[in-house]
Ligand binder design. Structure first.
Ligand SMILES: Nc1ncnc2c1ncn2[C@@H]1O[C@H](COP(=O)(O)OP(=O)(O)O)[C@@H](O)[C@H]1O
Ligand SMILES: C[C@@](O)(CCOP(=O)(O)O)CC(=O)O
Ligand SMILES: [Mg+2]
Length: 384
């Protein structure tokens, strides 16, 4: 039997980075998914991992995994637990043995996260795991969270920790308590990739829709506004872990100034969630609210610049969209990656086409995505 799990990416509408320090963020799932398929094998004695998006394949014999991890007391606890530094070192041994290409070394932490989740949830069962994603990897759309959530979901679906109704056909969602377990494991995976994640990305990928997130607590937001965003990928590579660490360093150098900036970001997140929850009584009310959201995005972007996470490519997108009187902000960790541009309901297709063309001339890639869909889902296939 094969199980397939899919988990969505996300956009952060307001509050990235601030959320790492206990201030509110508002985020929404998008309809671009990372898909993980997992097949347990009785015919082989290996754990195979195929990472299609980054073109890397791994194969470990179960015996070798046991040998390297046994002194740490593996198989590990089947309840969500943090991976120690000592364990990461052992996981790195397993990855190094597969001659990880030097040019892709930044991607190694994703493989450590896989090995940690795999051995903790399924122990030493032989299997083939394949990962492919519609999300750009490392561009601010939460690919790391979608990867950890879909992996955790697929692994838990075939573990003893979760009892699922496997007779269901097509995509199905987890019950609340099971989804919480998926989310907790995914957070442990995110810790390996991000260092110090807030938990907003894995939560919105697990539960979907629009959420407010503060100090590890998620609140569902009932959005009543038809939100449309243009997403521009600057294609400038960046690493969430490094950007988050830089902000923390700036915060320790300037605690008072940073506290004021982060408080201001929180006020923006709070206003975002109030506005999108309000019911538009007529078109005038809707466009007034869209204008307010645009201003909030401009303010949020200015504050993100002040904490050091913007980039020349991001500023280029901002200036270009401003020519068309459209507001933008970076989304995710910044430093490159993706920028959101709010597309008000009254905007003409012609204007959008012109903007997309101009952004394309800089080598940026524009696309739109459905905002606020379902969270993680699974599907069983009995034919394999
Ligand atoms: N589809 C994927 N295949 C392999 N690794 C992935 C995939 N998606 C995410 N990752 C892991 O997540 C990391 C990117 O995470 P991050 O820097 O947080 O960017 P973002 O989450 O914004 O895409 C990659 O370096 C890799 O380790
Ligand atoms: C910067 C941050 O707020 C969001 C990071 O998102 P992404 O990995 O860039 O998609 C970090 C976090 O909340 O864990
Ligand atoms: Mg990430």
């Amino acid at each position: 039997m094969e199980v397939t799990a899919r988990a969505p990416g996300k956009i952060i509408l307001a509050g990235e980075h601030a959320v790492v320090h206990g201030y509110t963020a508002v985020a929404s799932s998008i309809d671009l998914y990372t898909v993980v398929s997992l097949r347990l094998r009785s015919d082989e004695d290996t754990v195979k991992l195929k990472l299609n998006d980054i073109g890397l394949d791994f194969s470990w014999s179960v015996g070798r995994i046991k040998e390297v991890l046994s002194h740490l007391g593996s198989p590990f606890s089947s309840t969500p637990t943090s991976c120690s530094l000592e364990t990461i070192k052992s996981l790195a041994t397993l990855v190094d043995e597969q001659s990880f290409p030097e040019t892709k070394i930044g991607l190694a932490s994703g493989v450590y996260a896989f090995l940690w989740l795999y051995t903790s949830i399924l122990g030493f069962k032989p299997a083939t795991v394949t990962v492919s994603s519609e999300l750009p990897v490392g561009a601010g759309l939460g690919s790391s969270a979608a990867y950890c959530v879909s992996l955790s979901a697929a692994l838990l679906a075939l573990s003893d920790s979760v009892k699922l109704d496997v007779s269901q056909k097509g995509w199905s969602t987890f019950k609340e308590t099971e989804a919480e377990l998926v989310n907790k494991w995914a957070f442990e995976g995110e810790k390996i990739i991000h260092g110090r994640p807030s938990g907003v990305d894995n939560s919105v990928s697990t539960f979907g829709n629009v959420i407010k997130f503060k100090s590890g607590v998620m609140t569902r937001v009932d959005s009543n506004m038809p939100l449309k965003m243009l997403i521009t990928n600057t294609k400038v590579g960046r690493d969430t872990k490094a950007l988050v660490a830089n902000v923390s360093a700036r915060k320790s150098r300037h605690p008072d100034a940073m506290c004021s900036v982060l408080n201001a970001i929180e006020a923006i997140s709070d206003e975002w969630s109030t506005i999108i929850q309000s019911h538009a009584v007529d078109d005038l009310y809707l466009s007034a609210n869209e204008e307010k959201l645009g201003e909030l995005m401009e303010m949020n972007q200015g504050l993100l610049l002040s904490i050091g996470v913007s980039h020349a490519s991001i500023e280029n997108v901002l200036q270009t969209s401003m020519k068309y009187k459209l507001a933008s902000k970076l989304t995710g960790a910044g430093g490159g990656g993706c920028v959101l541009t709010l597309l008000p309901t009254h905007i003409s297709g012609e204007v959008i086409d012109k903007l997309v063309e101009e952004l394309g001339s800089f080598g940026f890639q524009c696309f739109s995505a459905g905002i606020g869909g379902k969270g993680v889902q699974i599907s069983f296939d009995y034919s394999s």
